[in-house]
Design a protein around this ligand. Structure first.
Ligand code: GLN
Length: 269
């Protein structure tokens, strides 16, 4: 039984603290903890301090699949679903029968696991440096019955690429925020791991290093699909061009921001 007065109080508490999505967030908390007034109140108070709803609920949806989340992993963003669409397109248009796909900087595992669910005949590798994130990827693979290969390793270390087979597709949503962006984060984002956010002074460290380190792991005409930050696509195009990639394609997210930069590897490197 929803206590309407208590519900209103919770919404007001969040609103008074500047939470724009107060009604939605309160509803989510009430749905997950229907009979526990004390618990609800403590979560509402925490949310009012700017703590992310997703961490409070412990689970969030990505491409229609459930994913466990905690402070050790970036919260899956709706914008990142664009990567899934792009990879599904690549596999279909190129008639790939058993693509080998690597998800670098896997985090919660949402990209790699979703790709395995959507393309069951693919062989998927999730590579992640954080041991605590690896635990979450394992949980999410079980939760979604996704048979993927999980590797605890640094994607910036040259030995890591050698541990994987030849790849048809590399997807990567790396940390890409600049130092300036790190200094002015939205309150909610300050609770997310900086390891998953900070991409070096200009935000481009991972694009530079991943492109040059991993291009040799791609098969000829293999695809590299990056998520990128707002306004970074020009720099990433340059990096890909310098590494001789061709067929550079830009795609936009739901907010009409260029969010993915995709390119193919040529025969000669
Ligand atoms: N999209 C995230 C944000 O805007 C950044 C994630 C990332 O660096 N990959 O907070």
């Amino acid at each position: 039984m929803v206590n309407h007065e208590f519900f209103r109080e919770c919404v007001s508490l969040m609103e008074d603290n500047g939470i724009d999505s107060a009604y939605f967030d309160t509803k989510c908390i009430f749905e997950d903890f229907p009979d526990d007034k004390e618990k609800i109140l403590s979560l509402v108070k925490r949310r009012s301090e700017g703590y992310p709803l997703q961490y409070l609920l412990g689970q969030w949806e990505f491409y229609g699949y459930p994913f466990r989340v905690n402070e050790n992993v970036l919260i899956p963003r709706a914008d990142t679903e664009l990567i899934i669409e792009n990879v599904i397109d690549i596999v279909r248009k190129n008639n790939m029968k058993s693509p080998v796909i690597a998800d670098l900087c896997s985090g919660s595992g949402c990209i790699g696991i979703t790709l395995k669910k959507q393309i069951p005949f693919a062989e998927v590798y999730a590579v992640e440096i954080s041991e605590k994130a690896i635990e979450i990827i394992r949980e999410n693979a079980v939760l979604n019955s996704a048979d993927i290969n999980i590797l605890n390793a640094d994607v910036l270390c040259p030995e890591t690429a050698a541990k994987l087979p030849a790849l048809d597709i590399i997807v990567c949503n790396p940390p890409y925020l600049t130092q300036q962006e790190m200094d002015t984060l939205q309150k909610e984002v300050t609770f997310e791991p900086s390891l998953a956010l900070f991409g070096g002074a200009d935000g481009l460290d991972f694009y530079r290093k991943v492109t040059s380190l991993w291009k040799n792991s791609l098969r000829k005409d293999g695809w590299l699909v990056y998520e990128s930050g707002d306004g970074q696509h020009g720099d990433i195009e340059n990096i890909l061009g310098k590494n001789n990639f061709y067929n550079i394609i830009l795609s936009r997210d739901l907010n009409n921001i260029i969010r993915n930069v995709t390119a193919q590897k040529p025969e000669e490197m």
